[in-house]
Design a protein around this ligand. Structure first.
Ligand SMILES: NC(=O)c1ccc[n+]([C@@H]2O[C@H](COP(=O)([O-])OP(=O)(O)OC[C@H]3O[C@@H](n4cnc5c(N)ncnc54)[C@H](O)[C@@H]3O)[C@@H](O)[C@H]2O)c1
Length: 349
């Protein structure tokens, strides 16, 4: 389902103001570009005039969104269906690319607890293969989607990049290994890299139907289906829920920057702490639902208690400043899902 046009246009004009023309006609490769954040990033890259090649094995996505991108700009969007573990597919995807946005990964903490080896292979070894391929292609810069899960349960708040990492799950460990690889490639092989440590990204088109779905689409889906959502633990755990436009902006700023980024790690969040209970009540009121209050289930293994970003380093290095706050981001996201889920139900009936 398309997002409301004027809203998407407003966002793009905002991004254009912030990023300028640096990506116009640039050849870029996006790993994981069929996924949630990658799809939004590709939208913006295409709107800013870049030539985009997406590599994705579709293990957690499909070609629906890529299809709309190709329809929009057939001469500037290319899709390579393949794994980041396959050097040949990577070479094909990165041919001529000046910048690589590396988002492909297995994204779920609970799944990583079930499948630690697969998680390591894709998220750590896969990142090394992406770096090697970027080097072979002569790409000048790689922008890595890292994760705030690297901080683990260290109680200090807000999270600052100078804090010692304490990964608590195979997912966090492998994503953190990816950052170290990116840094070491910047130091040893002359490819400029940056790791963007995202804090709970949400927005339209995030998977709502798997057992591992992120909390916002999972809550919305339950309520739209007339069921109470489940909160794991007491709901007083806090997160820095960050609208996807902010993650897109960070990628674009990093891609456009003319400063050496040198393997640096920066937090990408909204900088605001919200409990899961508060989040649930905001969604419930936006949906206009009375009753069906969330049910509580035991806390999940490997989950962190509290998290919020200090974003001053990203501000300083790449000029990052969030463009969408939680309220505005939630409003568009909730409305989009409500309509998309209803249309899906009507289509199935
Ligand atoms: N969503 C968040 O809140 C969040 C938070 C922190 C970090 N991140 C990171 O951001 C990135 C994007 O996350 P997302 O939420 O868009 O997830 P997503 O699952 O929607 O997107 C990831 C994409 O990678 C693809 N993929 C997986 N394994 C692959 C492989 N071996 N080869 C090629 N493609 C492969 C999937 O098919 C999918 O399209 C990931 O690196 C994730 O670790 C996300």
């Amino acid at each position: 389902m398309p997002e409301h046009n004027t809203q998407a246009e407003r966002l793009i004009s905002h991004l254009r103001e912030r990023v300028g023309g640096a990506l116009n006609d640039a050849a870029v490769c996006v790993t994981g570009g069929a996924g949630f954040i990658g799809g939004h990033l590709c939208d913006a890259l295409v709107s800013l005039g870049a030539r985009v090649t997406i590599i994705d094995d579709l293990s957690n996505s499909d070609t629906r969104h890529i299809g709309t991108l190709i329809d929009r700009a057939p001469e500037r969007v290319r899709f390579v269906q393949g794994s980041i573990l396959d050097p040949k597919a990577l070479d094909e995807a990165m041919d001529g690319a000046s910048r690589v946005f590396h988002l492909a990964a297995l994204g779920s903490v609970p799944k990583s607890v079930e499948q630690p080896e697969r998680t390591w292979l894709v998220n750590a070894t896969g990142t090394m293969r992406v770096l090697q391929a970027a080097q072979r292609a002569g790409a000048g810069r790689l922008i890595y989607s890292a994760s705030s899960s690297a901080y683990g349960n260290n109680p200090a708040l807000p999270k600052r990049e100078t804090m010692a990492p304490e990964p608590e799950s195979p997912y966090a460990a492998a994503k953190f290994a990816g950052e170290s690889l990116c840094r070491s490639w910047a130091k040893c092989y002359g490819i400029d890299t940056i790791s963007l440590r995202y804090f709970n990204i949400f927005g339209t088109r995030q998977a709502a139907d798997s057992a591992y779905a992120a909390v916002i689409p999972a809550f919305i889906k339950r309520w739209v289906d007339g069921q109470a959502p489940t909160i794991f633990g007491d709901g007083e755990q806090t997160r820095d829920f960050t609208h996807v436009s902010n993650a897109v902006l960070a990628n674009l700023l990093a891609g456009a920057s003319d400063t050496a980024l040198d393997g640096t790690v920066v937090n990408i969040g909204a900088g605001v702490r919200t409990s899961v209970n508060e989040l649930a009540s905001k969604i419930q009121s936006r949906l206009g639902i009375e009753g069906l209050n969330p049910e509580h289930a035991p806390e999940r293994v490997g989950e962190v208690r509290d998290s919020v970003a200090d974003i001053s380093q990203a501000r300083e290095l790449i000029g990052y400043e969030p463009i969408t706050n939680l309220e505005d981001g939630l409003a568009t996201t909730v409305d989009w899902y409500k309509q998309a889920l209803r249309e899906e139900r009507e289509g199935a009936a």
